[in-house]
Ligand binder design. Structure first.
Ligand SMILES: [Zn+2]
Length: 291
């Protein structure tokens, strides 16, 4: 595994190699966990907060460092820049070449010509280069096949259909919540990815809104995301629902109530197709300056 942690908890494999040569998309499992022309496998972290905790990137096999580039800005939240940002390239016993992209600034632990062992720390996950959020982009090339890009995953839609993994990670298409919370402002995607001012306490006289957000894995087109705000007596005070427009593997939804809202404790429940996926208390308080 090229990344520290557990799949489905610490990281999510949300984008595979695109095997469709046309403008369509098709991953190794004949699914749509990819985007047009994607040449690698993406191991995505849930947030910049997780990235800041320092998630290691590991060498997937023994080898020699062919290139190591560091020093680029690593907090990109949209595909504005181009390139792989900070990256490391490794040659494995004259057969494979592996490429680790979008690494954290100043996190590289190896240099050109270094020998590395399988599992050795190479760097940390970042969001440098062409990146919308913290993730590791891994590419593998087979030198014996004229340096052809190869997909390490065996699946029904992969031409040579053999796995390069010792233990191939599962192809996760389940729908489940990853994380949820509140912000005291109307967020944008980048502020949510950064987890700015996330708190369960909102001040009615100071903050602008009480916004509930949720990060979901595996939402499908036509899924209905519904959020309810209940008061202490269990009475529904506000209710929002919207229909998912596209299949989305890793995505945020949010809705908000404008301040001021009557102080007190609210219970927020979030449903996908009437199945409860998140439940959380929001404390609306009056802000008082300390004496
Ligand atoms: Zn990628």
């Amino acid at each position: 595994m090229p990344i520290q942690g557990l799949q489905g908890k610490d990281f999510f494999i949300d984008m595979y190699i695109d095997h469709d040569p046309s403008t369509g998309i098709k991953d190794a499992f004949c699914g749509d966990k990819t985007y047009n022309g994607h040449k690698g496998t993406d191991f995505t972290l849930r947030s910049f907060k997780t990235m800041d905790s320092g998630i290691y990137v590991h060498a997937i096999a023994d080898g020699v460092v062919l290139a190591a580039s560091d020093g680029e800005f690593d907090r990109n939240t949209d595909w504005l820049k181009t390139g792989m940002g900070n990256f490391i390239l490794i040659l494995h016993e004259g057969r494979y070449r592996t490429f680790y992209g979008h690494l954290m600034k100043n996190s590289s632990k190896v240099h050109l010509g270094d020998s590395v062992k399988k599992g050795q720390v190479l760097a940390k996950v970042g969001s440098s280069g062409y990146s919308k959020g913290p993730h590791l982009h891994l590419e593998i090339y087979d030198i014996l096949l004229m340096d052809k890009l190869v997909d390490p995953f065996a699946g029904p839609c992969q031409v040579n259909n053999s796995s390069l993994w010792e233990y191939q990670p599962i192809y996760d298409t389940a729908s489940y919540p990853i994380e949820d919370g509140f912000t005291p402002y109307i967020p944008r995607l980048d502020s949510l990815k950064m987890r700015w001012f996330v708190s369960d306490t909102i001040y009615a006289n100071k903050d602008t809104v009480a916004c509930h957000w949720i990060l979901m894995h595996g939402l499908r087109k036509q899924d209905i995301v519904k959020t309810e705000w209940l008061d202490r007596n269990g009475k529904i005070k506000m209710q929002y629902s919207d229909t998912v427009k596209e299949n989305e593997w890793f995505t945020y939804h949010w809705n908000y109530v404008l301040m001021p809202v009557r102080p007190g404790m609210y219970l927020v429940r979030c449903f996908v197709n009437d199945k409860l996926v998140a439940i959380r208390n929001c404390y609306i308080k009056i802000y008082e300056e300390e004496q």
